[in-house]
Design a protein around this ligand. Structure first.
Ligand code: FES
Ligand code: FES
Length: 153
């Protein structure tokens, strides 16, 4: 077992994990972050996305021991006043909502890199995220809306 500290949404969580423990499971079971979801479990759907610093990570593929001391953001760290969260809500970009935390975190990463992303950049950045409900048009509108609100022309 290994003792590690994850800084989750600004709060340190000191915990003991096995060598093979996945970041996904530690965040869900030990830090209470149930917005981090297991869809495919093999890095192909984006439901388990978290931000480490400003970089997206598929937590289903990440060994928790590698993230000792890391600053991790999950959807629990964003309230309804967050500009991306509010854009998703205002644009109706969710049906069941299962995929949405991953899309929101990917959008934050995208806007940090490209404050006014082109349509192609939105498509490219979100291509690893799957929405079984098919709310892609609303999600794309939400991304553009968040960008517009954050960086008005
Ligand atoms: S559960 Fe991690 S990418 Fe699908
Ligand atoms: S809103 Fe249901 S999976 Fe995306």
């Amino acid at each position: 077992m290994n003792e590690i500290t994850l800084i989750v949404n600004g709060t340190p969580h000191r915990t003991r994990v096995s060598d093979s423990a996945l970041l996904l499971d530690v965040l869900r079971e030990q830090a209470g972050c149930t917005s981090v979801r297991e869809g495919c479990g093999v890095g192909a759907c984006g439901a388990c996305t978290v931000l480490v610093g400003e970089t997206s990570v598929s937590s289903c593929l990440a060994l928790a021991t590698r993230y000792d001391g890391a600053n991790i953001t999950t959807a629990e760290g964003l309230d309804e006043n967050d500009d991306v969260v509010s854009a998703f809500a205002d644009c109706g970009a969710a049906q069941c909502g299962y995929c949405i935390p991953g899309f929101v975190l990917m959008t934050r990463e995208l806007l940090a890199e490209h404050p006014r992303p082109t349509s192609e950049q939105i498509t490219e950045h979100l291509e690893g995220n799957i929405c079984r409900c098919g709310t892609y048009p609303e999600i794309r509108t939400a991304v553009s809306t968040a960008a517009e609100r954050r960086s008005p022309r």
